[in-house]
Write a protein that binds this ligand. Structure first.
Ligand SMILES: [Fe+2]
Length: 115
């Protein structure tokens, strides 16, 4: 077995949504910074209880030469913080972003956004 065998994608979704949605916001003006926004349950909120919640989200960037950069991870406090996070990232240095989320009941999920 390989880790890729157990990581789920959009095709495995049921009524509860787990695939991390990714969108990129380009900074405008001198002080503005680029942002990568990752949210689980954008349209249908995922349950957020101690018994069933999204525990963390990780974001990776894929550079032009294929190198993978670990851009960050956010852990969530069930019932208090929702899986909705923004990472300040120099977007122009990447050709794609991939996010991974972990639900304590339904496992590991992934999604990528190619720029
Ligand atoms: Fe779940």
């Amino acid at each position: 077995m390989r880790i890729g065998d157990v990581v789920k994608t959009a095709g495995a979704e049921g009524k509860e949504k787990h695939v991390p949605f990714i969108e990129v916001g380009k900074g405008k003006g001198e002080a503005a910074a680029d942002v990568v926004h990752v949210v689980v349950g954008k349209e249908v909120p995922h349950p957020n209880t101690v018994e069933h919640h999204i525990a963390w989200v990780s974001l990776y960037g894929v550079k032009q030469d294929g190198q993978i950069i670990n851009l960050g991870r956010t852990d969530f406090a069930p019932a208090y913080t929702s899986p909705n996070v923004r990472f300040q990232v120099p977007v122009d240095q990447f050709k794609a972003f991939c996010a991974v989320s972990y639900c304590n009941v339904h496992g590991v999920w992934e999604n990528c956004l190619e720029l």
